[in-house]
Design a protein around this ligand. Structure first.
Ligand code: FES
Length: 346
């Protein structure tokens, strides 16, 4: 037991007396086993190092699991049922990597660091130069007490764990996906793609859509492509909405006569961050995104009239085929969905 050896130079006689009184009231210091038994101290040292190295190992296993386990692999967990194997492996390894660093640090402080009791007065928050110097001296003292410099095995294993620990954060950048490149510029819509209802898959005639009506639709070949790809990427890009209004209500379009008899086709994917949109107000011709309230005027080229979206909804030019069903004249002229780095101003 001892008082603080680095009292600020401004400590008054009264403060000194208070410190001494508080110090005298402290119970007698009881040394730990590791304080008196060098073997116990070495054992604790090895335990701490093992935990730090265990953390490093977990970090490496995290990276291995991230690369090696397919994202759609499942595993049966008792009490939970079939679960995504990648999520389980990443969660367990990352959790243990954090836990073992914390557990090692606690074990180190409890078993090996100097645990002498200290009495210290509270002073105003703004420190004087003398106080700052005292803090530096105290830091040096406690640093020496912790044995950080004298216990190289702990120091190196901790440094190893801390250096490897941020790696999962970097590796997980892969989950942001590849750079889009041309992927978002291409959808399944081609000249002549027949427009079918989503999800019932029925071809659409102009007479199926009343003035003020809205239909969610997809290209006819989407179901087959989706089955082949086993994912929803193609659907996420190709989904459209059809709305019908009086032709004279149309203020502007993204191309000449891209409507068919007042029927307009727009991408269903919000240009803010990609929510699907289908909240249509017939009277104003406004389409409202439920996520962050971006609002698009479908009678005026799909322009943004409110909200955080920075770009208009891409319009799909449509007509009818010889059988009288609605088809695309061409693909989208602009990339669908949210902005991305290479998109530029299109
Ligand atoms: S995703 Fe539509 S407003 Fe944000």
């Amino acid at each position: 037991m001892s008082t603080h050896d680095n009292l600020p130079a401004t400590t008054t006689a009264d403060e000194q007396a208070a410190i001494e009184a508080a110090t005298a009231a402290l119970p007698a210091h009881a040394p730990r086993r590791t304080d008196v038994d060098p073997k116990a101290a070495r054992r604790a040292e090895r335990q701490v190092a093992l935990m730090f190295l265990g953390s490093a190992l977990m970090t490496v296993l995290f990276v291995v699991a991230f690369v090696a386990i397919p994202v759609d692999e499942t595993v049966y967990i008792w009490g939970i049922g079939p679960t995504n194997a990648s999520n389980i492996a990443l969660g367990v390894t990352f959790g243990l990597a954090i836990f073992l660093i914390g557990a090692g640090a606690i074990h180190w402080s409890k078993k090996l660091m100097n645990e002498k009791e200290v009495v210290q007065l509270r002073h105003p928050l703004s420190s004087t130069d003398e106080d700052r110097q005292a803090a530096i001296d105290a830091f040096d003292e406690y640093s020496a007490d912790s044995g950080f410099a004298q216990r190289p095995i702990i120091r190196r294993s901790l440094i190893t764990a801390m250096v490897l620990f941020p790696i999962p954060l970097v590796v997980m950048l892969r989950d942001l996906g590849p750079l889009p490149g041309t992927v978002l510029r291409e959808t399944l819509w081609r000249p002549g793609s027949r427009i079918i209802t989503d999800p019932t898959g029925r071809p659409i005639r102009p007479s199926d859509l009343a003035i003020g009506g809205l239909i969610s639709a997809i290209p006819e070949d989407l179901p087959a492509v989706q089955e082949e790809e086993h994912n929803l990427n193609a659907r996420a890009k190709a989904a459209i909405i059809l709305v019908r209004m009086e032709p004279q209500e149309i203020v502007s379009q993204q191309g000449d006569n891209w409507d068919f008899g007042g029927i307009l086709a727009y991408s269903k994917i919000c240009t803010h961050v990609g929510c699907p949109i289908a909240l249509y107000q017939q009277r104003t011709h406004h389409l409202l995104c439920p996520c962050h309230q971006s609002t698009f005027d479908l009678a005026d080229s799909g322009n943004v009239v409110f909200g955080p979206a920075a770009r208009r909804l891409p319009q799909l030019p449509i007509t009818i085929d010889p059988e009288g069903f609605l088809v695309a004249v061409d693909g989208f002229a602009e990339p669908v969905g949210p902005s991305f780095w290479e998109r530029g101003n299109s």
